[in-house]
Design a protein around this ligand. Structure first.
Ligand SMILES: [Zn+2]
Length: 290
């Protein structure tokens, strides 16, 4: 069995759905067949920060078409192919990181095959809108909570204390939205964040975030994904030209082309409990106009 010797070239950051590729490795994985190609337009779930789910899509070879059941990151140091659960962090020196497309086990795909990969457009679109809404909401949340900081904290691109970057514990991108969770723990309080009374002010907080988002959507702020290279693990950055400043957030996902595409965006908050630590959950929902 051959092993990939170069990181997969990824074309989804520019919004591409379809690409022609060559199969460089095929390996059984659980009850699936893992197919690695030299390039892909299929967004995989990230190994280190699994926020955006994998694209739905198909792999075509000759006249045959196979559903892509999942797409995950795989890695090898030349010894074996580790699929999904990686022994090292993505980007580690000496390792090759690739996208593994998981097909049904009986798929007839072989090393050296030329294949066509195509992501489902509707699924991609809804996840891109959800991911863009997520980042915009996180910046609006930082602004809404800025008055609760009593000490200097790391700032976001707009100059507000970066509550999102400091307190986030998980982010899940969904079709047309997201759910982000923030731990309001002791270290956050020691850093100068005052959570007193927050649980009783969640509706006001949502109204404040919604108002900021409405202004940004009205301004139709342009969004792009910047990258330093085409490889899977190359650093990519979400950039949004907001009216006040250019916002930048490291991001491996896919996005809308502007905030205007989000239509109406609304957030809601809930206070949860994780073993005695309060957790603020923000749910974001985008309702595009068309
Ligand atoms: Zn992101």
């Amino acid at each position: 069995m051959g092993l990939p010797d170069a990181d997969t070239i990824v074309t989804y950051p520019t919004g591409e759905l379809r690409t022609i590729a060559t199969v460089v490795a095929v390996a059984p994985h659980d009850d699936r067949l893992a197919v690695v190609t030299d390039r892909t337009s299929i967004h995989p779930v990230d190994a280190a920060w699994p926020d955006q789910p994998a694209d739905a899509g198909v792999l075509r070879v000759g006249s045959r078409e196979y559903a892509i059941r999942d797409a995950v990151v795989a890695a090898t140091d030349g010894d074996e192919l580790h699929v999904g659960a990686l022994p090292v962090r993505p980007g580690t020196e000496g390792w090759t990181f690739v996208v593994a497309h998981l097909l049904d086990a009986d798929a007839a795909v072989a090393e050296g095959d030329e294949v066509e990969l195509e992501a489902d457009a509707a699924t991609r679109r809804s996840l891109s809108l959800g991911h863009t809404a997520c980042h915009a909401a996180s910046l609006a949340l930082n602004r809404a909570l800025a008055d609760r900081w009593s000490k200097a904290a790391r700032e976001d691109a707009l100059g507000a204390p970066d509550f999102d970057g400091i307190a986030i514990t998980s982010s899940r991108i969904e079709p047309m939205g997201s759910v982000d969770r923030y731990r309001l723990n002791k270290s956050l309080r020691r850093a100068g964040f005052d959570a007193a009374g927050l649980a009783d002010a969640l509706d006001e907080l949502a109204a404040s975030v919604d108002a900021t988002l409405a202004g940004w959507v009205d301004a139709d702020a342009p969004v792009r994904v910047e990258r330093v290279g085409d490889g899977l693990t190359e650093r990519r950055t979400w950039v949004c030209e907001l009216p006040d400043a250019s916002a930048r957030i490291p991001c491996g996902g896919t996005h809308a082309g502007s905030l205007g595409e989000l239509g109406a965006v609304h957030v809601s908050f809930a206070m949860e409990d994780d073993g005695g630590t309060p957790v603020l959950a923000m749910t974001t929902r985008s309702t595009p106009a068309t």
